[in-house]
Design a protein around this ligand. Structure first.
Ligand SMILES: Cc1cc2nc3c(=O)[nH]c(=O)nc-3n(C[C@H](O)[C@H](O)[C@H](O)COP(=O)(O)O)c2cc1C
Length: 374
């Protein structure tokens, strides 16, 4: 190994490159990719690239900036969190728990996904204060109901209902790579695995990632295929405002709707009693033609008024991006892929380093825009 190989990545984008080198292509593409032509994915980033921040001079910013932020009734140490990631274990073994624990340590939210590769119970234990649960309302009423019951029993106070998956997104990279569950490696995938030995050995030692929340609902003795089918049924077009109303009546804690871009939908969410909305296009993984969340945000903010809690995700990659989102009307942001890539590149140390990097970038952006805090 060269002397330079261990130089720490200097940005979220560097972690992406480091993860790309370490992961087989099909696994990297599953995380990195978007729907359709990926124009939507590119728009998420372009919106941030086009947004500017005005530098402000001659403000004494010598003291460390106050980066604390209130969101959903709690004070967080930083204005960003980790959103729900299904099948995260494809990045690196144990990544769900690594990220839950890191979020807890740094005092930021961690959202456990319905198709997580660890159980919602274990993830709440790893993030007792930070943990929130993301619900996919699937085809089966019984499973949806049981997931909510389990989330209550595990002590979750925040239910994040994802509303932008009425159909699975069509991700062409996965189709072209032959990435489907169960994995049936053809010659190209075998070569992919052999040429990424660190990842392949780690997976071999740990076992392939599993849908830890859902496997109990598969018929006893059912194989991987039926689990994959069960997973496919975990999002559905049956979720509508009536079901949101039911969930609102049932869930005693805070209810968040994730995946809203239309101002009318955001206003309706507030009227239906949601405690917050996450303005999101699922990281460009659902409707290719969806607007970038950063571009959609001002109209959403105008529709819900100044006080309704709004979070944003999709394309946030730096401290400056966080400020851009906050200036456009967000109260809070989430970063998905960067945390997966950090762990894929360097394990738990990668998550730690990414937290430090993002916090330092945020501090710098605050100082350069003449702010002593958020
Ligand atoms: C690999 C992967 C899996 C995801 N799984 C889920 C999920 O299970 N539930 C959900 O609500 N969103 C899911 N998302 C969307 C993220 O929560 C988040 O909205 C998105 O990653 C934000 O965009 P960013 O990656 O550009 O930061 C997933 C995203 C990725 C990249």
């Amino acid at each position: 190994m060269s002397l330079f190989a261990r130089r720490p990545p200097a940005s979220a984008e560097d972690y992406r490159a480091a993860a790309r080198a370490r992961m087989p292509r099909f696994a990297f593409d599953f995380i990195d990719g978007g729907a359709g032509t990926e124009a939507g994915l590119a728009r998420n980033r372009a919106a941030f690239a086009d947004a500017l921040l005005m530098p402000r001079a001659l403000v004494n910013t010598d003291a460390p900036a106050d980066t604390a932020r209130a969101f959903l009734g709690r004070a967080w140490r930083l204005p960003f969190g980790i959103p729900p990631i299904g099948l995260a274990g494809i990045a690196w073994p144990g990544v769900d728990r690594i990220l839950a624990a890191a979020a807890e340590r740094h005092g930021v939210p961690y959202v456990a996904s319905t198709p997580a590769t660890d159980t919602l119970e274990a993830l709440k234990a790893a993030a007792p204060r930070s943990g929130m649960f993301q619900l996919y309302v699937g085809r089966s009423e019984e499973i949806t109901d049981d997931l909510v019951t389990r989330a209550e029993a595990a002590g979750y106070e925040d239910l994040v209902v994802t509303v932008d998956v009425p159909r699975p997104g069509k991700r062409l990279r996965d189709v072209r790579n032959g990435f489907a569950l169960p994995l049936r490696p053809g010659p190209r995938m075998v070569l992919d695995l052999l040429t990424h030995p660190a990842w392949s050995l780690a997976m071999a030692r740990h076992g392939a990632p599993r849908f830890a929340n859902l496997e109990r609902y598969a018929a006893p003795g059912a194989g991987a295929r039926s689990l994959a089918e069960l997973m496919a049924g975990q999002s559905s077009g049956r979720l509508d405002w009536a079901l949101v109303g039911d969930l609102r009546r049932r869930w005693k804690g805070r209810l968040v709707l994730k995946g809203i871009l239309a101002p009318e939908d955001a206003a309706r969410a507030a009227a239906e009693g949601a405690d917050a909305v996450m303005v999101s296009n699922h990281g460009g993984r659902q409707l290719d033609a969806a607007p970038a969340p950063l571009a959609a945000l001002p109209a959403v903010r105008a529709a819900v008024g100044p006080d309704f809690p709004l979070a944003l995700d999709g394309g946030v990659r730096s401290g400056e991006d966080m400020l851009k989102a906050l200036e456009a009307g967000a109260d809070f942001v989430f970063l998905g892929r960067p945390f997966l890539f950090a762990v894929a590149a360097r394990g738990a140390a990668g998550a730690e380093a990414l937290f430090a990097l993002l916090a330092a970038e945020l501090e710098s952006a605050l100082a350069q825009t003449g702010r002593t805090g958020l």
